[in-house]
Design a protein around this ligand. Structure first.
Ligand SMILES: [Zn+2]
Length: 277
């Protein structure tokens, strides 16, 4: 049971710039347990800026309290140290294998829209080196570095590396090696296609309340729906929203006033939020 106040030191072992976000050593939803997994995410945030998702990852948003992950990684490879305690990134315990639950998992939210955006080599190298430094710190192996989509395969698509033509096996090979290089061969049939803007609907209707950063459905006035994926709002048709609700996605109702407040909090992308009375 602990707060991991050594996480900034671990980040510095990568050689990349490290920003310690004010108050990170005391930030968390409670204590962490023994670390068994490193879970990799993309923020699904704005396409501009170096780490536009910082506020959401550190402080949360409507319906989801921060911190959402221990680390962030900007597009230029800068590592943000955000929290030392328990973070809400993996999802609800009941949906996850014991080793993948939040209290056993260090979460990394790297900035990427998740919509087929190409990852800069520098950012990938920082990502790989941070994972390497973490497995060395916690006595884990590269096999313990997992994508969110691997621990929650029906709900999640992150991290999406499709634009760079590789996937988690190549990422783990780089973690084993200790630095990033482009994979020389593409194993046939293992690259996932680029994500569609709308989320995949789980095939079986089964309750799957969304508890992490990647996706949340908001109902606005006038029966309009918005999907918040990371920091990006997207319009969702009523029929898709209804399908998602049927599949167990939680809906958060937002008043026009709250919606205006949300739009102020989302780092320069207020035009993505439609204020509905
Ligand atoms: Zn995720």
């Amino acid at each position: 049971m602990t707060y991991f106040t050594g996480l900034a030191r671990v980040a510095r072992a990568t050689g990349y710039p490290v920003i310690e976000v004010d108050g990170w050593e005391g930030r968390g939803h409670g204590h962490m347990g023994a670390v068994r997994t490193i879970v990799c995410h993309h923020t699904a945030g704005s396409s501009t800026g170096n780490y536009p998702s910082l506020n959401v990852v550190a402080y949360g948003r409507t319906g989801l309290k921060g911190p959402l992950s221990h680390y962030g990684i900007g597009r230029d490879g800068t590592i943000y140290v955000i929290a030392a305690g328990l973070c809400a990134h993996a999802g609800k315990d009941s949906q996850l294998a014991p080793a993948h639950r939040n209290h056993c998992a260090i979460g990394i939210e790297a900035e990427n829209t998740g919509l087929g955006e190409r990852w800069p080599d520098k950012q990938l190298d920082a990502y790989v080196k941070l994972c390497r430094a973490l497995i060395d710190e916690f006595g884990l192996s590269a096999n313990d570095v997992l994508g969110h989509k691997e621990i929650a395969p029906r709900r999640k698509i992150d991290p999406n590396f499709s634009a760079n033509g590789f996937d988690m096996a190549d990422f783990r090979a780089a973690v084993r090696r200790g630095y990033w290089t482009k994979p020389t061969t593409k194993p046939a049939g293992t690259i996932k296609p680029a994500a569609a803007p709308a989320p995949a609907i789980p095939a079986e209707p089964k309750p799957a309340p969304q508890e992490d950063i990647d996706m949340q459905l908001f109902k606005l006035g006038g029966a309009k729906y918005r999907l918040l994926s990371g920091t990006a709002y997207r319009g969702v048709s009523k029929s898709l929203a209804e399908k998602m609700i049927k599949a167990g996605h939680k809906v958060v109702a937002v008043t026009a006033e709250e919606n205006a407040e949300l739009s102020r909090n989302f780092n320069g992308t207020p035009d993505l939020v439609e204020v509905v009375k």
